[in-house]
Design a protein around this ligand. Structure first.
Ligand code: MG
Length: 391
């Protein structure tokens, strides 16, 4: 008796109910391009919620907590890591997705997966690994994120990888060379045909930039690498600084900075939502395919905000990412990745079994496997391994 009551009280996932709340040009499960290995639909979740859940349960997702965004993991506990960055991207993208009546779980899944292929030590690690892989097809973190969810997360009985939906994989693969695109079948086609991904994928791409531009101001200030005076010269920061300072003249710097950042995020996300809604509204799009064949991305800022946002990005490049302190750390970690790569190429038996077994066929597959192994490392694991091996 009790059992049947519980069963009646549980709500099954209702496709038509969800579809009715979405815009016609949003990604829809019913018209989606499905999974590489067909599976029965889940009862209580949408397909995109299932994708999100598989990503959260993946090993690569757990590793993000010990991977660098800008500051190496051991430099301090308060800086962003890839994990907190991914959560901030998801927060921003979900807010905009709901406002634009796009598919929120899909946006969340793409956000949480978008950095899964990142190496340890941020861009320095990726540059080093790409250099090591020069003769073996190169290394690109974006393509690696796809490789992680398609192949390297090997845990399900019936298929390799996480077997995610096409739309989630489409969002993960933000860019791709023509050479690599040719090997990716349907997923690579858009790069060859110069088409766009769905709006959910476009949205996460912009949310990624919003998240790091803003949190890097916070982290850079916290680290003492960016000063208030410099930041005030930036249009986006400066206008919000003036507002906050006029209203709260006695506010201490730490709170003031945070108040400015929260206003900057609110301001640009609002602009993004309104500008995108206006761009979409003019076109009368009827489906996600209309989005895909449109000549350019539709998710974006107004011209003014685009300018200010690009200005802040350029400022961070010049003053934070190329700061002497960041650069000297980057040089150390870059060298570490190169030495680790050379070591495992010479002696692949020193890798754990799963990688060791895959590194036997030829130098090409050995190099790819070594790159898979190293790119999966967290910052602290790579440092510990480097020390342990006496390199
Ligand atoms: Mg990112």
């Amino acid at each position: 008796m009790l059992r049947s009551k519980i069963r009646l009280a549980a709500r099954k996932h209702d496709l038509s109910e969800i579809a009715a709340s979405l815009a016609p040009y949003a990604a829809q499960q019913a018209t989606g391009q499905g999974r590489r290995y067909p599976e029965p639909p889940p009862a209580y979740r949408s397909e995109y919620q299932r994708d999100r859940d598989r990503i959260i349960h993946s090993t690569a997702f757990r590793r993000l907590v010990y991977k660098t965004q800008v500051f190496v993991n051991h430099e301090g506990d308060l800086y962003r890591t890839r994990l907190t960055h991914s959560l901030e991207v998801a927060q921003i993208a979900r807010t905009a997705a709901v406002a634009l009546r796009l598919n929120e779980p899909l946006v969340e899944a793409i956000s949480l997966a978008h950095d899964l292929g990142h190496t340890p030590f941020g861009h320095a690690g990726q540059d080093a690994l790409n250099k090591c892989m020069r003769d073996y097809g190169g290394f690109e973190h974006n393509l690696q994120s796809l490789r992680v969810v398609d192949e390297l997360e090997s845990k399900y009985a019936e298929f390799p990888g996480l077997n995610l939906s096409f739309e989630t994989r489409e969002g993960i693969l933000k860019h791709c060379s023509a050479r690599n695109a040719r090997e990716l079948g349907a997923l690579g086609n858009r790069f060859l045909l110069r088409r766009q991904p769905g709006l959910e994928a476009q949205l996460v791409d912009v949310a990624d930039a919003i998240a790091y531009n803003n949190h890097d101001v916070d982290d850079g200030f916290r680290a003492g690498l960016l000063g208030l005076e410099q930041l005030r010269d930036q249009a986006l920061f400066g206008r919000h600084y003036d507002e906050v300072h006029a209203r709260y003249p006695a506010l201490e710097d730490r709170r003031l900075i945070y108040e400015v950042i929260r206003r900057m995020i609110g301001y640009i996300v609002t602009d993004l939502i309104e500008n995108t809604a206006a761009a979409i509204g003019e076109l009368g799009l009827q489906s996600i395919d209309d989005v895909r064949i449109h000549g350019k991305p539709l998710v974006g800022f107004s011209a003014d905000v685009l300018d200010m946002h690009a200005g802040l990005k350029a400022f961070l490049h010049e003053n934070l990412y190329r700061h002497e302190k960041v650069r000297s750390m980057n040089e150390k970690t870059r060298a570490m990745v190169e030495v680790l790569f050379g070591f495992y190429m010479a002696d692949p038996k020193r890798m754990p079994g799963w990688y060791r077994d895959r590194a036997v066929a030829n130098m090409q597959s050995r190099a790819r496997t070594v790159a898979d192994y190293i790119s999966g490392m967290t910052d602290r694991f790579a440092i510990a391994e480097y020390d342990r091996l006496g390199l």
